[in-house]
Design a protein around this ligand. Structure first.
Ligand SMILES: [Zn+2]
Length: 253
């Protein structure tokens, strides 16, 4: 799908829809310099040892893994990343009242940074802006905890209860927040246009959302550089660069 005619048709669907829902994955943030962790060139694909820092079992049982994880957080490219044209295009769509819910698999907070209304965003894999205690549930800004790491605490403990702290992301082996999952599924069920943006649609439960949308009669639009399992059932498949095609779509809506 590369012709203007096709983009016009897609814009028409979005204009005519009652409830537009977007699901975003790593592909929308690569243009902001944030690596894709799971993709073919992903950080974890190329370095499986790094994946341990994001696996709950290892994180909880091994202080050395936690020390590594805190160093990774300290040096993360996420702190300096800026939203790109694709993030901004989704804000445009919302301002035109053509985007009603945005579920993201990303933890980078770039939708918030771009100015998306937090009320319509569900960060289904959590976020890196906060730290959380794995014992008492305390949550606080990540910046404060990183200051402690910088000051020499290699594996800072919860100041409330002494428990293990972690970023407020969903690690491998960790349950999703039930309320976030529920909100995502409700949004998908209400969608009449479902935009799957920069996601391989390979990881559940995110991959279950387009299924729900399709079952309820939505048009599915897949916008991803690589093939996804949903391409054959999509109303349209877009392979173009998201930073180009999303602004072009938002402009036409
Ligand atoms: Zn605690």
């Amino acid at each position: 799908m590369t012709h203007d005619d096709d983009l016009d048709e897609l814009a028409q669907w979005v204009r005519d829809a009652q409830h537009v829902v977007a699901l975003t994955g790593a592909g929308i943030s690569t243009e902001s310099g944030i690596p894709d962790f799971r993709g073919p060139q992903g950080v974890w694909t190329k370095n499986p040892a790094a994946e341990k820092t994001a696996t709950l079992e290892y994180y909880m049982s091994d202080p050395e893994i936690r020390r590594k994880a805190w160093q990774n957080r300290l040096n993360s490219e996420m702190w300096s990343a800026e939203p790109n044209a694709a993030h901004r295009a989704l804000v445009d769509l919302e301002r035109k009242q053509r985007l009603h819910a945005l579920v993201t698999q990303n933890v980078d907070g770039l939708h918030h940074a771009a100015g998306q209304n937090p009320a319509i965003v569900v960060e289904i894999h959590g976020n890196v802006r906060e730290a959380k205690c794995m014992t008492c549930g305390w949550r606080g800004p990540m910046a404060g905890t990183l200051d402690r790491v910088r000051a020499g605490e290699e594996d800072p403990a919860c100041t409330e209860c002494g428990g293990i702290l972690k970023s407020a992301t969903i690690s491998f082996g960790e349950n999703l927040v039930p309320d976030d999952l529920h909100r995502s599924q409700l949004a998908a069920a209400r969608a009449d246009v479902f935009l799957a943006i920069g996601t391989s649609l390979a990881v559940y439960p995110a991959a279950g959302l387009p299924e729900i949308a399709l079952r309820n009669g939505a048009r599915l639009v897949v916008m991803n550089a690589e093939e996804t399992p949903f391409d054959p059932v999509a109303s349209a498949v877009v392979r173009e660069q998201l930073g180009t095609v999303l602004p072009a779509l938002a402009e036409r809506v």
